[in-house]
Write a protein that binds this ligand. Structure first.
Ligand code: ADP
Length: 483
């Protein structure tokens, strides 16, 4: 991997703790594996609670001077970090593909997306406005100021090794907070490469730490029990989110949670079918189906069901599965064996209920899986209630608008939903009726740093991105002055 990089020093395997590149206290390391090839690409420092506690203390200390700087000054440092990420987009993309598997073009797209949060929130730092309120008595002057919440702890998954971290650290640093992030142990290299660039950009020592570790629950406990932590921000499964929320209760920690989704994708009979197929391909097969906003259930109205199924299968057959570093590959491997088994299980379960495979359906060598379309899906099958997180497009048939909306909402999740329709009355009714934090209408791509991303119901708490994304990192202080 080092040989593929213009700047090999971006491939860092030590942790970045309290402004220093460090090994674990006990010298422990863990292997990072390339999911396309199965080979070990790096051995990374495997930290424990003690090192993480040092990172937290350093962040609390460094925060004092960082907060005291002007917003413009903080924004300039962040802008430099953004520029460095874009200058090194190629190398960061290659590191990301090697540890996670997504095709290089997609990986580079993620670097640009990830960096955009640093640019955006650096700019937002300058707009952390307060309020004045007309006094309730003649001698009272009321003001509200907004201050950084304190040291932020972050836990992120492997599916966006760069962007999931920048969405959290960028608003934290812009607000004036310190930050300690634990990347997923599948994908620590992208996080460490970002830390190399953070250091070069002039992010102060200690303010920002990256603490790789395989001991997820130990680190989660340190984050929830260390009194210097004031906020926990997490992206991952709903189940882990529940565990962390329970743990966070003891310290009454403010939490942001980006949890699981089970996105419906509805195609009405007045939809532009070609556009719907294009949107379904983007929403379902991006990142090989491994995003929390991927279409998980595709509902197609009876009148266009067969036509849509045929067009989708034809598009799916054009995908090229392979090593993400190879030219022309559109679809990488799954992250691990468990992910392969889950896709297989969902297909088996559907087939035993009477579903039919239109294309794909089988695992390939290693962690690769044939992109799959299955028809004849019903609400009693596993895919109706569980997130597949893989390249399986299950097609449900429906008759009426009410039925589609009812099925779409029949889940504990509420992150993203999509639908294709052209009748303006229907578009308006359905966008209002869907119980989701994000709705894509006639599009399969909804993520951007300028809009609020987040779920309702058991998909989460809080929003990331947009002018709202910095709110979770600020506390309001109301000041009552008697004159
Ligand atoms: P995913 O299916 O995306 O891996 P998880 O919720 O299992 O979803 O993992 C998301 C992140 O949370 C990962 O970095 C994982 O290591 C971490 N994690 C898992 N369990 C815990 C826990 N009990 N405490 C803290 N972090 C955890």
């Amino acid at each position: 991997l080092k040989m593929l990089l213009k700047d090999p020093s971006l491939l860092e395997t030590r942790a970045y703790v309290a402004g220093a590149w460090t090994d674990a206290d006990d010298g422990a390391t863990f292997d990072v594996i390339n999911p396309a090839r199965g080979d070990v690409i790096a051995r990374v420092a495997d930290l424990g609670r003690a090192e993480v506690a040092r990172a937290i203390s350093a962040a609390a200390e460094a925060m004092k001077a960082w907060t005291a700087r002007t917003a413009k000054d903080r924004a300039q440092v962040m802008r430099k970090w953004f520029d460095l990420m874009m200058e090194n987009q190629d190398d960061l993309g290659k590191i990301l593909t090697a540890e996670m598997g997504k095709p290089l073009a997609e990986a580079k797209g993620e670097i640009a997306y990830g960096a955009s949060f640093i640019e955006w929130f650096g700019e937002e730092a300058k707009r952390i406005y307060g309020e004045t309120i007309p006094g309730h008595m003649p001698d009272k002057r009321l003001t509200v100021i907004r201050q950084p919440i304190g040291v932020v702890a972050s836990i992120t998954p492997w599916n966006f090794p760069n962007a999931m971290i920048t969405r959290k650290c960028a608003p934290a640093l812009a607000a004036g907070c310190g930050f300690v992030g634990r990347p997923a142990s599948e994908t620590p290299l992208s996080a460490l490469a970002m830390a190399v660039l953070a250091e070069r950009a002039g992010i102060p020592k200690g303010l920002f730490s990256i603490v790789p570790s395989t001991k997820a629950s130990d680190i989660g406990k340190e984050f929830c029990e260390n009194p210097l932590i004031r906020k926990l921000t997490f992206t991952g499964s709903t189940n882990t989110g529940r565990i962390l929320l329970r743990q966070a209760a003891d310290q009454v920690l403010k939490c942001s949670m980006e949890l699981g989704g089970n996105a419906p994708f509805i195609v009405f009979d007045d939809a532009d079918l070609d556009a719907a197929v294009e949107g379904a391909m983007a929403s379902k097969f991006r990142n090989n189906g491994q995003t929390c906003v991927c279409a998980n259930r595709i509902y197609v109205q009876a009148g266009v069901y067969d036509a849509f199924a045929d067009k989708l299968a034809a598009a799916v057959e054009k995908l090229r599965v392979g090593d993400g570093l190879a030219e022309g590959v559109t679809t990488g491997p799954l992250i691990n064996e468990k992910a392969v088994e889950k896709v297989q299980d969902h297909i088996q379960d559907a087939l035993s209920g009477g579903a039919r495979i239109l294309t794909g359906g089988k695992p390939m060598e290693g962690l690769f899986f044939e992109p799959t379309v299955v028809t004849g899906i019903t609400q009693s099958m596993k895919v109706a209630t569980e997130e597949t997180f893989g390249p399986l497009a299950p097609l449900f048939r429906f008759e009426t608008e009410d039925e589609a909306v009812a099925h779409a909402n029949d889940t504990i999740f509420g992150l993203a939903a999509y639908f294709y329709a052209r009748d303006i009355g229907r578009v308006t009714r359905v966008q209002e009726a869907l119980e989701y934090g994000i709705v894509g209408v006639n599009t399969g791509i909804i993520s951007t740093e300028v809009a609020p991303f987040g779920g309702v119901k058991q998909s989460g708490l809080g929003r990331e991105g947009s002018r709202h994304g910095i709110e979770d990192y600020l506390e309001m202080k109301y000041i009552c002055l008697s004159v």
